[in-house]
Design a protein around this ligand. Structure first.
Ligand code: ZN
Length: 295
């Protein structure tokens, strides 16, 4: 077993809360009309983590804490870290700074009531911290969050900061705030960062690409961040209206996620962020976000 401990994470939301569903026209008011399917997928994840002696960080939506509190209690009781994914899965691009602060504090309150431990980590819906929304880093620091995992250092149509560091570093907001930033795993290819560390990319790519990317991180002595959603282990979920591209991204290889996750857990050591956060905070690397978007 290699020496580097990597980070495993899950964004805990229902299949009907994914950005692809929102883009397909599904509104928040309609969420309650769709059957909730989170419980069994979370149980399967907890089982897999337990079998491999791994722990993980679960970035949970506040809506889930309010509507499926037992799921959150189960995760916390199994010893995993509970962190925030915001209240209602709105991309930060659609929130004012004041609305974002309220969303952050509300989600922390409902989650801490169930986790019975401090919530210190955050991941924005759809990795929506970019240079344009970098003020959110200042808000996170002001609200006492220790780390953020909302920046994807890639080029993408909806998100991404292609020039951001690929590994954990201190993120500086335009207002002078500072917070530990933990980007999802990428690899370098022809001078660009290629996303490999989770979601649709993890489902689309052959498992050997993921294995070699994590081995590369091992060689560099850098912990990699993997992310998945419980709905990615649920191939039986209802099909929702969405564009052909969104449907492909949302559904590709759903039936293979579980095997890939098991393979990674078997081959590498994983923990939650909480466990390795003191080491990550020693980083001397920092990066200033928000350039060109101040004021
Ligand atoms: Zn999400």
């Amino acid at each position: 077993m290699p020496n580097v401990t990597h980070m495993m994470s899950f964004d805990v939301e229902e299949y009907f809360q994914a950005e692809a569903a929102a883009r397909g026209g599904l509104r928040r008011e309609d969420w309650s009309r769709h059957p909730m399917r989170l419980g069994p997928s979370v149980e399967r994840i907890l089982e897999l983590l337990g079998q491999h002696g791994a722990s993980a960080t679960f970035f949970v939506l506040g809506w889930i804490a309010q509507n499926e509190p037992d799921v959150v209690k189960r995760i916390a009781a199994a010893g995993h870290e509970i962190a925030s994914h915001g209240m209602n899965h709105q991309m930060i691009t659609r929130l004012s700074p004041g609305q974002f602060r309220q969303d952050l504090l509300d989600s922390r309150n409902v989650l801490e009531d169930l986790a019975l431990r401090p919530v210190v980590g955050y991941r924005a819906p759809t990795f929506s911290i970019t240079h344009k929304t970098a003020w959110a880093l200042d808000t996170l620091a002001e609200c006492g969050f220790v780390y953020d995992s909302s920046v994807f250092p890639v080029r993408h149509d909806r998100y991404g900061v292609p020039d951001a560091p690929r590994w954990a570093h201190m993120a500086k907001g335009p207002g002078g705030g500072s917070i530990l930033e933990i980007p999802p795993l990428t690899r370098r290819c022809l001078g660009a960062n290629i996303p490999v560390g989770g979601g649709g990319y993890l489902r689309l790519l052959p498992v050997r690409i993921l294995v070699s990317s994590l081995k590369n991180a091992d060689r560099l002595g850098r912990p990699g961040m993997i992310y998945l959603h419980p709905w990615e282990l649920d191939p039986g979920q209802p099909t929702l209206p969405m564009s052909a591209l969104s449907r492909f991204r949302h559904r590709v290889n759903l039936s293979r996620t579980e095997n890939k996750l098991a393979r990674l857990l078997g081959e590498f050591r994983f923990s939650d962020v909480r466990a390795i956060q003191p080491d990550l905070l020693k980083t001397s690397e920092s990066f200033v976000y928000g350039r060109g978007h101040q004021g």
